[in-house]
Design a protein around this ligand. Structure first.
Ligand code: B12
Length: 219
């Protein structure tokens, strides 16, 4: 039996993997009503999304499946949003400039990282998706964040990450600003190749590293 086949078909992850929009949203709402931790619910959504990706790769789903999964996830986040702490503009706990790099439009994972950072009172400046290196450099020079976060899910996004990091490092006034890369495709090797200071392939590790980097830059 594969890992996928062993998923409980009534579970949230299995419903997302099956692109059962109503079933997935019912499961999210039932878990909210039961008082489950919103982050645990998000993690299970993420597992379902991973299976959608596997089905796309194996040819079971087409691009429409990815789009549908994105929509289900977005709707789940709408339901979960009010349970997460509100945004702050007070940068006492630090600030992060974040963007999905050039050539990549995936943003659901980045948005989760944003929500988790905000729950720690960290100010997040989100530049959106498909952001070119020079735009990230320009906004970093203007906003002076404690750390820059670059997101990407496509293998090709590592090129955009490297180009962005090279551009930031070439800017004297941004010297010393740490950079973290994140997304399913990053690892130690990508981190070394791009010149990033940190990497994370899940939000919990990423948020921990970002908080540590902020604490280090302020001590
Ligand atoms: C939904 C989806 C889409 C949606 C995206 C909707 C949106 N608004 O984001 C749409 C339909 C637009 C899409 C398009 C495409 N997609 Co797509 N997509 C997916 C899918 C199924 C889920 C992604 C997702 O949202 N996961 C859930 C989130 C919560 O997880 P996450 O993104 O990994 O984020 C977590 C961590 O990575 C980390 N993290 C993320 N960013 C950051 C940033 C920082 C700073 C930190 C610290 C951490 C961090 O924290 C997050 C939370 O834990 C994946 C499958 C997969 N395995 O990821 C394929 C996948 C990423 N897509 C893929 C492909 C091929 C495409 C297309 C090229 C398809 C096509 N032929 O057009 C296009 C590319 C468009 C482009 N130029 O970007 C491939 C990429 C293969 C590769 N390695 O290059 C995947 C892996 C599917 C597959 N298995 O083949 N896609």
């Amino acid at each position: 039996m594969t890992e996928y086949e062993s998923l409980d078909p009534a579970s949230l992850a299995a419903r997302i993997a099956a692109l059962d929009e109503q079933g997935a949203l019912d499961a999210v709402n039932a878990r909210i009503a039961a008082g489950d931790d919103p982050l645990a619910i998000i993690e299970e959504c993420q597992l379902g999304m991973r299976w959608v990706g596997e089905h796309y790769q194996s040819g079971k789903y087409f691009i429409s499946g990815l789009i549908m999964a994105g929509e289900i996830f977005r709707e789940a986040m709408v339901a979960l949003g009010p349970l997460l702490p509100p945004e702050t503009e007070d940068a006492t706990h630090g600030s992060v400039l974040i963007a999905t790099v050039r050539g990549d439009i995936h943003d659901l994972g980045k948005n989760i990282v944003n929500m988790m950072l905000r729950s720690y009172g960290i100010v997040v400046h989100d530049l959106g998706v498909d952001v070119p290196p020079d735009e990230i450099v320009r906004k970093a020079a203007e906003l002076r964040p404690d750390i820059i976060g670059l997101s990407g899910l496509l293998t090709i996004a590592t090129d955009g990450m490297k180009a962005t990091i090279d551009a930031v490092r070439a800017e004297d006034e941004l010297r010393g600003v740490p950079i973290i890369i994140g997304g399913g495709i990053v690892d130690e090797h990508t981190s070394q190749w791009t010149g990033a200071d940190h990497w994370a392939d899940d939000a919990s590790r990423g948020v921990r590293l970002i908080r540590e980097a902020i604490a280090a830059s302020r001590s």
